[in-house]
Design a protein around this ligand. Structure first.
Ligand SMILES: Nc1ncnc2c1ncn2[C@@H]1O[C@H](COP(=O)(O)OP(=O)(O)OP(=O)(O)O)[C@@H](O)[C@H]1O
Ligand SMILES: [Mg+2]
Length: 268
């Protein structure tokens, strides 16, 4: 792959489903986008706009009805270890202990036990779960399970991480802690540079805190492509930067949420 080639290339991709009642649904409609290596991209859009469908096609879990997807120059024809996905719902095998979950992908690829155990332990330590490596998933909280899923996807060494609302169901504090965990792992890089991330969310602040770039999806199309140049590390104060406030207004407008003008405080 030449330096100039994008890591993810989506060319005129569509996905049409046929529902049980026979009706056709165009979940993704002629989408084209190029994502350079190492970029952190958030896909933001309302429920049902086609975010998961697009991610599943990049993962190779679903073949496009039309168009082509290339990752690292290769046409996507099925799932591959270079593309790691964290699903919107459960991403952890309940019948495996924590460390066995994290090791599983490496085991499937024939990595020897001592090596895969060392890799799994390194990532479990980075997500703050070293002490529970022998626990069963049922013994963990929702936030801890998400940490296991994040450790697993990084341990597998995927160059492209496909994260489908990984923190959607979590409380605000846990979510913010996991943003820091995710960004630390992303920034720490693998043997080479940063991984390329496609992160689905419908949380505007989450997208602004995490992304280099936000793709707004609506009715199966990308309707806006915004660069988020705010410096890192970002925190709640980053959201108050004038450029971020302007971006937030633009995103809220896309979601159909008008920003109410500030109510003046009445003099007593
Ligand atoms: N297997 C399927 N069969 C039929 N229709 C489907 C299928 N999968 C998705 N759809 C439809 O495609 C559209 C896009 O669904 P998708 O799951 O990609 O949305 P989403 O943006 O991820 O939504 P959410 O934010 O709620 O997760 C929806 O109208 C959905 O009903
Ligand atoms: Mg979805």
């Amino acid at each position: 792959m030449s330096d100039a080639a994008p890591m993810v290339l989506v060319s005129r991709v569509s996905q049409t489903f046929r529902r049980a009642d026979g009706q056709k649904v165009r979940a993704v409609d002629d989408v084209s986008v190029q994502i350079p290596e190492g970029q952190f991209v958030c896909l933001l859009g309302p429920s049902g706009c086609g975010k998961t469908t697009l991610l599943q096609m990049v993962a190779g879990l679903l073949a496009p009805t039309q168009g082509e997807i290339r990752v690292a120059g290769q046409c996507v024809r099925g799932p591959a270890p270079e593309r790691g996905m964290v699903f919107q719902k459960d991403s952890v095998f309940p019948w495996m202990r924590v460390i066995d979950n994290v090791e599983f992908g490496l085991k499937c690829r024939g990595v020897a036990k001592p090596e895969r155990q060392a890799i799994a332990r390194r990532y479990l330590a980075m997500v703050g779960l070293a002490a529970v490596e022998r626990a069963w998933p049922r013994e963990l909280s929702g936030g801890m399970l998400k940490r296991v899923a994040i450790a697993t996807v990084f341990a597998n060494g995927a160059a492209v991480l496909l994260l489908d609302e990984p923190f959607g169901a979590l409380d605000y504090v846990t979510k913010r802690q996991l943003h820091d965990v995710l960004l630390t792992l992303w920034g720490a890089g693998a043997s080479g540079g940063r991984r390329t991330v496609l992160f689905v969310t419908h949380d505007v602040d989450e997208a602004l805190l995490l992304a280099d770039r936000i793709l707004v999806v609506h009715s199966g199309r990308i309707v806006d492509d915004m660069a988020i140049p705010a410096p890192r590390p970002r925190n709640s104060d980053s959201l108050l930067l004038p450029a971020m406030v302007a971006n937030k207004h633009r995103l809220l407008a896309h979601l159909g949420l008008e920003v109410a003008p500030a109510v003046p405080v009445l003099a007593q």
